[in-house]
Ligand binder design. Structure first.
Ligand code: G3H
Ligand code: 13P
Ligand code: ZN
Length: 342
């Protein structure tokens, strides 16, 4: 089937009471790992590309990789999403390329580092909503900022999302999905001890969900940083410091309160790095990239399959027929930006 919109995937997830993993890709092996995991678990899935990924892979290569994915896995509903768009121009170029969903991250200025004020965020996000919905494309906004300053995304300052502002933001922008800041950060170094309810502000999710029951909530920085992956990397010469990620049970708790999209990138990076380090160590005479990329792809597939089961999306791939971008555009035009989701 053609790429589907993220809005449709999330509406279905809301109906079914499950979450959908949004996994980042930069290359062939990641796309294959995610699609194979989706097939083996029968899952709908969101594949997302950051600005860095688009630059690394080249827009045209990325687009054709995704086209191949829909061709080889026709039974899997897959949305292609721009992760952390830093400006309306970035979002527009993604839409022109064929993305079916975009994130306008107006919580930060265009440099993707400086925290932006609320009015700026509303203005740029609304602009993207107008432009994207006209073409049936889904929009995710972000309110509040994550901690950490990895991967060129993030200010290093944490501003948790305020529920009052979340209501105003959604009403004024018309976003389909809202990323909330509850104390997570991007990358492997999120917490120095296992996060408890004080560190991870799950009550914010509950409160926002109570006030905005039909808005799809998004958790960024949701890698769990499994101990065994860190240990594997370190056993074979890596130097990952002791660290904790977001426990899966907390994500599952969030799913009960309206979290529908869960962003995971770091766990795949860790899985690939561990497998490659082990392959290098086990046979230093090997020089065929397929020797180490095959186990890397398998390891990424393994972690994606586990998350698909844990988030509850497994088994839901066959539940629905795709709604075309044209039909989505008509719905937005007739019903307004904030469609009723359930
Ligand atoms: O937002 C962070 C994602 O993990 C993407 O990271 O900008 O290094 O591609 P990236
Ligand atoms: P992780 O670094 O926790 O995988 O988060 C990824 C993310 O939020 C991408 O937008
Ligand atoms: Zn993110």
């Amino acid at each position: 089937m053609p790429l589907v919109t993220m809005r449709q995937l999330l509406d279905e997830a809301a109906r079914g009471g499950y979450g959908v993993g949004a996994f980042n890709v930069n290359n062939l092996e990641q796309v294959q790992a995610i699609m194979e995991a989706a097939r083996e678990t029968g899952s709908p899935v969101i594949i997302q590309a950051s600005r860095g990924a688009r630059k690394y892979a080249n827009d045209r290569f990325l687009y054709h990789l995704m086209e191949a994915a829909t061709e080889v896995y026709p039974e899997i509903p897959v949305a292609l999403h721009q992760d952390h768009g830093n400006s309306p121009e970035t979002c527009e170029s993604a839409i022109e390329l064929g993305f079916t969903s975009v994130m306008m991250d107006g919580s930060l200025m265009e440099d993707a580092k400086t925290p932006a004020d609320f009015e700026y965020n509303v203005r740029v996000t609304r602009e993207v909503v107008e432009m994207a919905h006209e073409r049936g494309v889904t929009v995710e906004g972000e309110l509040g900022t994550l901690g950490g300053i990895e991967d060129d995304v993030g200010s290093g300052e944490v501003h948790l999302t305020e529920p009052d502002q979340a209501v105003e933001f959604v009403e004024r922008t018309g976003v389909d999905a809202l990323a909330v800041a509850i104390g997570t950060s991007h990358g492997a170094y999120k917490f120095t001890k296992e996060p408890d309810r004080e560190v991870l502000a799950m009550h914010i999710i509950e409160e926002i969900n109570r006030r905005l029951p039909t808005t799809h909530l998004v958790m960024h920085g949701s890698s769990s940083v499994p101990r065994e992956l860190v240990d594997l990397i370190n056993r074979y010469g890596g130097e990952i410091r002791p660290t904790w990620g977001v426990p899966v049970r907390e994500i599952q708790e969030g799913i009960k309160y309206g979290v529908r999209k869960i962003n995971v990138d770091t766990d795949l990076r860790l899985a690939a790095t561990g497998a490659i380090r082990r392959a290098f160590a086990e046979d230093p005479s090997e020089y065929d990239p397929r020797y180490y990329l095959t186990p890397a792809r398998e390891a990424m597939k393994g972690i994606v399959k586990a998350r698909m089961e844990e988030f509850g999306q497994a088994g839901h791939a066959g539940n629905y027929e795709p709604i075309s971008l044209g039909d989505m555009a008509v719905r937005y035009r007739e019903k307004g930006h904030l469609l009723t989701t359930t």
